[in-house]
Design a binder for this molecule. Sequence first.
Ligand code: BGP
Length: 474
Amino acid sequence: MSKTLPEDFLMGGATAAYQVEGATKEDGKGAVLWDDFLKKQGRFSPDPAADFYHRYDTDLALSEKYGVQAIRVSIAWSRIFPDGAGAVEPRGVDYYHKLFASCKKHGVEPFVTLHHFDTPERLHLAGDWLSQEMLDDFVAYAKFCFKEFPEVKYWITINEPTSMAIQQYTSGSFPPGETGRFDKTFQAEHNQMVVHAKIVNAYKDMNLGGKIGIVHALQTVYPYSDSKADKHAADLQDALENRLYLDGTLAGKYAPETLALVKEILDSNNQKMFSSTPEELAELEKAAHQLDFVGVNNYFSKWLREYHGDSETVHNGTGAKGSSVARLHGIGEEKKPDNIETTDWDWAIYPRGIHDILMRIHNDYPLVPEIYITENGIGLKESLPADAKPGTVIADPKRIDYLKKYLGAVADAISEGANVKGYFIWSLQDQFSWTNGYSKRYGLFFVDFPTQKRYVKQSAVWFKQVSDTHLISD
Ligand code: BGP
């Protein structure tokens, strides 16, 4: 049976500055935490990415043609303030004005993120989200953007604070690459929530008439079995990835049960609880009452079982199916039930997960008025057919199947009361992935990276049909 989406449901495509723009050394752009980290790793370069810095108009024209009504872009902080603070680079400011003008020309609404994993290098070296200097400079940069870009009507403060903190300090796949530091992870999460709250409150004081939200990675966590121990492992993992953050940003206060789970993780690892002040907690509470929307990034779900050994994580960054390992001391071990289908990167395809996380927000966090799916999609190994010509449409049935199931689950959540206003596919076009380089493709539009030519995928044709009709057919 086909499912229906509301008439005003927005269909969008998502990008992030560092993953699409390329031109990392052009027009005075300052260095970011990734530049050196990737160079030392020597696996892949962030240039040219999808060369969006020069080709945004082409991609926005494609968006217009294929029913993409909105686009998630992020501003690269270091294009505006190359050093994170101080002197402004006018060429960076000009670029974003031109990008937003092109959005307007093509009738594509920009949703603009202020920080999408790309901390300026100086501030990263100063301690990133653990440093007060970074937090202060981020507020100043945000206020600058609000004044400079009145054409933007939808702002997002931070993309995925938890996944950034976890990958920086627990699993080590993001710079600075530390592992097992739950204390730093939770402190960085708390700090990001506080600075997010300050920015929401400042934006509301400025009365600019737009909307402001935050984007969170919410991968649903389930127990592997019905045993008490597995259920507790799932609760601990959920506290680390979802609950602390949902409490802090959507309820404006941490529930005592959430804090008890966090403390249990830290105690098991002999690490200190994160610190907070009454002023910070008041800021969180105020912001939660003013937040316009929450963005949900959901790709997969996790199943947890009890585990008492040492922490061990192996990140599958190559698409070698079955190579991931995730066992955290004081939390649990990830183990998928046998019947769950996975991608080559071991991400569980489980549409029920997106439904369940939407219903959880709807039921447990009623303060937040609107929800957007700000990222969802499937990474695949795809290549250009040898006989491809301009106009060749690339077949990607697996993506269409994934999107049908996930969008269908979103439609179910809407019919059960969740106020979901739109859906952004990750990603608009193929782009650079932080830990997977160029081999994990997500786009509606195929990018032949050596030539930077774009080819339409069949999923884009399917997407346009959904955007035009609001019907998800079988
Ligand atoms: C999200 C990020 C995106 C994007 C996506 C896909 O966590 O916000 O920036 O990278 O995940 O992840 P990956 O590139 O690892 O497949």
